[in-house]
Design a protein around this ligand. Sequence first.
Ligand SMILES: Nc1ncnc2c1ncn2[C@@H]1O[C@H](COP(=O)(O)OP(=O)(O)OP(=O)(O)O)[C@@H](O)[C@H]1O
Length: 233
Amino acid sequence: MLEIQNLTKKYGHYLAVDHVSFTVPGGQVGILLGPNGAGKSTIIKSIAGLLRYEGGVGIEQMPARTLEAKRIFAYVPEMPAMFDALTVREHIEYVRRAYNSPITDEEVEQLLIRFELEDKQNKLGNELSKGMMQKVSICCALAICPKVILLDEPMVGLDPAAIKELKEVVLELKAQGVTVLISTHMLEMVKELWDVMFIMEQGKIVGTFTREQAKDTDIEELFFRITGGGESE
Ligand SMILES: Nc1ncnc2c1ncn2[C@@H]1O[C@H](COP(=O)(O)OP(=O)(O)OP(=O)(O)O)[C@@H](O)[C@H]1O
């Protein structure tokens, strides 16, 4: 479970996130949906502990800043950051050991195969394309065997095969009871995945609904109804 209470973030005097509260129940996929600049990444980075903010964040009912919470929590940033001198394989090994992860050698192998990194596992971090970095970043997050995972615009920059794998991975995580939060401005990418949708505009959540509530309504139509036709790609 992921609980956000009254999250507020200012950059100087600019209020980027304004008293935002929401919950993604355990084993569900939550989507933060909103146009560019709505505040999605700011929320994700705050939850991940990369920004100072006001308010509370709970991960499996533990404060997000505690070591216990950090142990079970993974984050895939919008911009992947690699270690220049580590190979693809070493990135995964590094994370695996740092988190004392239960992931097996076979599961690591499977991850590399799924994301077409198997033949690139000896490439260094600074020899990778942006898309490859993104895939390594996803594999590292999965190698933790997290209970809660945040993905910030995860489909941007991925090729169609990787997008397909990632969607399958998200559904598998959900089936295993992992809580997932995905930020995106691309409705199309999350249509099959979501359980609960949080629509953001100008630092606020302006609409929340579950898949059951939305029923047969087209989410695109719902998005434009709620945001009054705000921009989206
Ligand atoms: N480091 C920063 N300093 C000042 N303002 C910032 C900073 N980071 C973000 N902002 C501002 O905060 C607001 C929210 O930005 P944020 O990156 O959270 O939006 P977003 O919804 O993730 O957008 P996108 O879809 O384009 O990634 C924007 O107006 C942005 O200009």
